[in-house]
Design a protein around this ligand. Structure first.
Ligand SMILES: [Zn+2]
Length: 251
């Protein structure tokens, strides 16, 4: 950065809320949390039914966990304006679809932060939930939904896979007895000597399927609720590449 270029300080862009269609109108900073009061940038006064202009009838508050700023869980208190159509009397609210998913409790940036923290930074769901100031199930559900959409459904996910390992594995960490699941493993890096095996999928455990599938061998599982240990999630025969049940996919 020999010749840095500066722009005018802008709290909206610094806090990433401009990309969510919001502008910050107030802040409350406490020792263990920050609250940002926001409004929706775009007015939304036109009736979606008849097209007539609506009349503002006040606001409602929507609270969203946001990306932690300044080492504190950060909450967005979004005041969303309500309108009533003068012609057909219908009532609606400003569109906040780019701020968060419908009925979501996390902003879209918070969801991406949670997903990145779990997949790349190997943080546990418990730790991510603490960072966001949100409930464990809220974060877990949001990560599973976003991960399925952005990662699992990625058509390029299986690119480069040439050698598959398939094995039955006894799951002993559910708290409700043992269950057998089928694990599907990418053995291509082992065969090529370029790295460890990669777990692609497990059939039989839907809730943990995403987080397990994203974990490399030798790492602690991020989903503390499932209590999965790497040595149990990755059968030695499969990781070693010598399993006679390994399948070579068609070239
Ligand atoms: Zn109308």
């Amino acid at each position: 950065m020999a010749k840095p270029t500066f722009t005018t300080p802008d709290i909206d862009s610094f806090c990433l809320v401009d990309q969510l269609g919001l502008t910050i109108t107030g802040q409350r900073l406490e020792e263990h949390r920050a609250v940002l009061e926001c409004r929706v940038r775009e007015d939304d006064p036109w009736c979606r039914h008849c097209g007539a202009e609506g009349v503002s009838i006040g606001t409602v508050v929507r609270q969203l966990a946001h990306v932690p700023l300044g080492w504190r869980p950060t909450t967005l208190v979004v005041r969303v304006r309500r309108y009533r159509c003068a012609d057909c009397a219908r009532v609606w609210r400003q569109d906040t679809s780019c701020t968060a998913a419908p009925r979501a409790k996390l902003s879209r940036h918070a969801v991406l932060w949670a997903l990145k923290s779990l997949v790349i930074d190997r943080m546990s769901v418990t730790r991510i939930a603490a960072g966001l100031g949100a409930a464990w199930h809220t974060v877990n559900d949001a990560v599973l939904t976003a991960g399925t959409k952005l990662l699992i459904n990625d058509p390029a996910r299986f690119d480069g896979v040439r050698v598959l390992g398939v094995d039955e594995h006894c799951w002993r960490h559910t708290g409700r007895g043992s269950h057998f699941v089928t694990v599907i493993i990418d053995l291509t890096p082992v065969r090529n000597g370029t790295g460890p095996a990669r777990l692609l999928d497990m059939v039989g455990l839907l809730k943990v399927r995403l987080t397990v599938g994203l974990m490399p061998p030798g790492r602690r599982h991020p989903c503390e609720r499932s209590r999965i240990r790497p040595e149990s999630a990755y059968p030695a025969s499969a990781v070693g590449g010598g399993d006679d049940r390994s399948l070579r996919s068609s070239e």
